[in-house]
Design a protein around this ligand. Structure first.
Ligand code: 3UK
Length: 541
């Protein structure tokens, strides 16, 4: 078998993927398209420019050379705080091609999180878009000696300038399909985020199993993802899927949502649209003021959190399209249970994606009968090898070939899977992880607050948002002014999606005999909270 190729044997069920002994995944994703005559085809549309496959391959090579010239060593991590733009592709695949490990980070974080990730990863380099300088640069100032290079993407001495000096060819560094390739951080319910270590083969597996075999994507498809590239969901939707099929990605460097997406959809006419439930709900509201032209779209996908059946139905009435809900995770890299074209069940996550297996387990680790709920564990060829430098979490989450999702699921007799909630306290807000513990820690920084507990509460669209229960120190008054104060503290000190949408001042929090907060007791409907949904005016409802 030629180096860096994948053979797909369709004669087996599921199809078998065979990787060449020498396999650097940058080659099939980037260079293969030149060999296959796609050099002049557009790989990426952005608001400013189009990028052909030939330009992309040349810029990836220049990036590989520029990174190597910095003196990085094999396996060194390259942190990326990069917006959705061609430079993301260059740094990501340039690093892989040269034998370094790219680690895309959430661009919405605060400097304390970047400081942690710089330290935890032991990264040798960090590359960031100028938009994120105000949160990244304070973290750089506090970083240790391991981080030898920090570069902006633009400007004098920026990465683009280094790239521009380099030649446009580069021989891929040899690797094997099972070698470590890139990392993605995922949040935990307590403590800090942990990096899932992914292998060279993993992006091929997700692109083929979900992108091609489940969604039916092909060379003519144009993908548009609301989820940014630094999320595993966005990385697949808008980079690896289009590159695997030789299609085209539409990148939006701005915040997702109707104002930025509708004009892009009208202009570039994507065929595959990847959203999250919150945005489908927001779009349905926007339709009242006039409908955008969505006529190019033939597939709509939703993931990140459960899609309420009502949103699916209303979307179908309004657009004629069925949203394909599917569950994926950072650790699995992409979707492993999915609804598919012609097989959509409202309220269900769907059926297993080919190549994945699933078991639903009771407390004792025995498989439950159909119809009963339990803990979902899955296995497949795209799951992370481990969490970086975290043997405890690796041992509890990755048990042999099985990955514990932390989700409670039930399966019906037809093999459809239904989401029944998390087995920990973690929330998904707009499809993004949100740790109650992190919000509580922020709230108790306020001098008037004694204790705080945060739980998820479903809004009018059945989508979960954080709700806070707060015990004040004696002599403090729980009024609207204090609620706005707390809200300001959260909005300034946490990633923007993490602030509590409702604040309740309570006399005490329910606790176990050992003093652990019983969040589940707070999840029931309570007394009337102070709604803080509209940022400035805290109002009673
Ligand atoms: C939850 C869902 C119900 C579930 C992701 C698609 O979300 C992704 O990855 P994360 O690591 O979170 C994983 C967790 O999110 N979840 C995701 N999708 C659904 N719950 N229905 C759904 N459709 O708790 C899961 O364990 O942020 C999604 C592709 C790649 C991804 N990484």
């Amino acid at each position: 078998m030629q180096s860096h190729t994948v053979e797909i044997d369709a004669g087996t069920e599921p199809a078998t993927l065979r990787f060449a002994a020498r396999f650097n995944v940058a080659v099939p994703f980037i260079d293969r398209h030149l060999a296959e005559g796609r050099g002049a085809k557009i790989a990426i549309h952005t608001r400013e420019r189009d990028v052909s496959y030939a330009e992309l391959a040349a810029d990836v090579n220049r990036a590989a050379r520029a990174l190597a010239r910095l003196g990085l060593r094999a396996g060194d991590r390259v942190l990326m705080v990069v917006k959705d733009c061609p430079a993301f592709f260059h740094v990501f695949f340039g690093a892989i091609k040269a034998g370094f490990v790219p680690v895309p980070l959430n661009t919405l974080l605060r400097s304390s999180s970047y400081r942690y990730m710089i330290e935890d990863s032991g990264a040798a380099a960090l590359i960031y878009s100028p938009e994120f300088a105000s949160e990244v640069e304070p973290a750089l100032r506090e970083s240790g000696p391991a981080l030898r290079h920090a570069l902006g993407t633009e400007g004098d001495g920026g990465f683009a300038a280094l790239q521009a000096r380099e030649a446009a060819d580069f021989e891929a560094v040899p690797a094997r399909a099972e070698d470590d390739c890139f990392w993605l951080y995922s949040s935990g319910s307590t403590g800090q985020p942990k990096a899932a270590v992914h292998r060279h083969r993993d992006m091929v597996v997700t692109s083929q199993r979900y992108g091609v075999e489940t969604l039916g994507l092909g060379e003519d498809d144009i993908c548009y993802s609301e989820a940014k590239l630094f999320f595993a969901y966005g990385l697949g939707n808008n980079m690896t899927f289009p590159l695997w099929i030789g299609g085209t990605a539409v990148l939006n460097e701005e915040r997702p949502g109707p104002a930025s997406s509708f004009p892009l959809i009208a202009r570039f006419r994507p065929t595959a649209y990847f959203g999250v439930p919150t945005l489908y709900a927001a779009y349905l509201q926007e339709f009242a003021h006039g409908k955008p032209d969505l006529s190019s779209i033939r597939r709509c996908v939703s993931a990140g959190e459960a899609l309420p059946a009502e949103i699916l139905r209303r979307w179908h009435v309004e657009t004629g399209l069925w949203i394909l809900d599917g569950i994926g995770s950072t650790e699995a890299l992409h979707i492993f249970i999915a609804n598919r074209p012609g097989d959509v069940t409202p309220g269900a996550s769907g059926r297993l994606v080919a190549g994945y297996r699933a078991r639903i387990l009771d407390e004792a680790g025995r498989e439950v009968a159909d119809g009963e709920s339990g803990r979902l564990v899955i296995s497949g060829e795209s799951t992370a090898r481990c969490y970086w430098r975290n043997p405890e979490r690796t041992a509890t989450t990755m048990v042999g070939a099985w990955l514990d999702t932390g989700d409670t699921y039930r399966r019906d007799a037809q093999g459809r899977y239904y989401y029944c909630g998390r087995s920990d306290d973690m929330l998904k807000v707009g499809g993004i992880w949100c740790s109650p513990f992190e919000i509580e820690s922020k709230l108790v920084e306020h001098p008037a607050v004694l204790e705080a507990a945060v739980v998820g509460r479903a809004d009018a669209d059945e989508l979960v948002k954080p709700e806070a229960f707060i015990v004040l120190k004696s002599g403090q008054a729980g009024d609207d002014a204090l609620a706005s104060d707390l809200l300001r503290l959260c909005r300034e000190g946490l990633a923007p999606y993490k602030y509590p949408r409702w604040i309740n001042f309570v006399g005490e929090l329910p606790k176990t005999a050992t003093g652990k907060i019983q969040r589940f007791l707070l999840r029931q409907p309570q007394s009337t909270p102070v709604s803080v949904d509209s940022p400035k005016t805290a109002q009673s409802r």
